[in-house]
Design a protein around this ligand. Structure first.
Ligand SMILES: [Fe+2]
Ligand SMILES: [Fe+2]
Length: 340
């Protein structure tokens, strides 16, 4: 059942002809009753779009309740106001993620969409170096997500929306998600500020790939020696991109050392075992897992089970076994909750 136009606005309902391509759907749950919106919200009434709230209007508890009572789970925003909606979500990110009244599914989607957009814009900008403004955005995303990512069931719930088509920015978000779950079980005594530094490092770990040609990153076949050497430069490129911003040593370590291996056979430094900081050992494990479970130009996506099997049988020595075992445990728990 839909609210009638008369019910949807107290006066002067604005009707728009049905043009689906002009609107995008959102969950009204994401609208904070205590924050003003900077966009119009429409209801879909049959084949028409009906104005529900205008810009600078509060999406009050009363309006939300009315929608709920009428079983309306989707409202619509004009595409030409998408940027306003996105900045609203960005500003209200922490509230949305931590309001337990909002369905976990809705929060997981907001988490993935908002975080992906933030990282995607960095990769699309092709900036030669990271600037303070961009870093602050990443910091905001990470600090707002910390408590959500430790919510029971969050990892499992996010997992159902994870795309297995490999893109560097979505890969960065997945690695960040897995890393924070592992940090919360392997580094329980770490303070929030230190966890945020790890999260920032995880989100930015592959930022140096901005300088790796797409023809190499997306090459369907095996890389030749020269191409492989170009790929191996991305941790150093990444670190160089961050020299002008106030990035913590922890975050820099994640960027520079995430291809080190526990047995010392990694790059760029060949450091090994506990010489590699714990967050980096965690990122390394999550990084490889996400790459194997994603469809890449040169390999199909593997199931979680076969990815872990490949990591265990074919990459012996690459990972800290304590980290790897805990990772299996966490993924197993998430699978149990979903009944997988
Ligand atoms: Fe990498
Ligand atoms: Fe990576």
């Amino acid at each position: 059942m839909y609210l009638s136009p008369a019910e949807s606005k107290d006066s002067g309902a604005e009707m728009k002809p049905s043009e689906e391509s002009n609107y995008f759907p959102i969950s009204p749950e994401t609208l904070n009753p205590h924050a003003l919106t900077d966009f119009k919200v429409y209801l879909r009434h049959g084949n028409r779009y009906v104005l529900y709230t205008k810009e600078r209007e509060e999406f009050s508890e009363h309006l939300k309740k009315k929608l709920h009572e009428n079983g309306i789970e989707t409202v619509y925003i004009p595409f030409d106001q998408q940027a306003s909606y996105e900045s609203y979500v960005f500003e209200n990110f922490e509230w949305i993620l931590n309001d337990s009244q909002i369905a976990l599914d809705v929060r997981s989607k907001v988490f993935l969409d908002t975080t992906s957009k933030q990282v995607c814009s960095i990769f699309q900008s092709k900036l030669p170096a990271l600037d303070e403004n961009t870093l602050q955005g990443i910091h905001h995303i990470v600090s707002s997500s910390l408590s959500f990512l430790s919510t029971p069931g969050a990892l499992d719930n996010i997992g159902q929306f994870i795309s297995h088509d490999y893109e560097t920015f979505t890969h960065s978000v997945h690695v960040f998600t897995y890393t924070m779950s592992l940090m919360q079980s392997l580094a329980k005594d770490w303070e929030e500020g230190a966890l945020i530094n790890v999260g920032v490092g995880a989100l930015l770990h592959d930022i140096g790939k901005i300088h790796t040609p797409n023809s190499i990153l997306n090459k369907p076949g095996k890389l030749d020696r020269e191409e492989w050497e170009a790929v191996k430069l991305h941790p150093v490129h990444g670190m160089r991109m961050c020299t002008n911003v106030a990035l913590s040593q922890t975050s820099l370590n994640c960027i520079l050392f995430h291809h080190e291996k526990f047995d010392g056979s990694g790059y760029p430094s060949g450091m090994k075992e506990e010489e590699i900081p714990l967050p980096v050992r965690i990122i390394t494990c999550c990084d490889v897992y996400d790459a194997i479970t994603s469809k890449r130009a040169y390999a199909p996506a593997q199931t979680p089970f076969s990815a872990l099997k490949i990591m265990n049988n074919e990459m012996q020595g690459a990972f800290d076994l304590n980290v790897f075992k805990e990772f299996i445990e966490i993924l197993g728990k998430a699978g149990e909750k979903s009944g997988a």
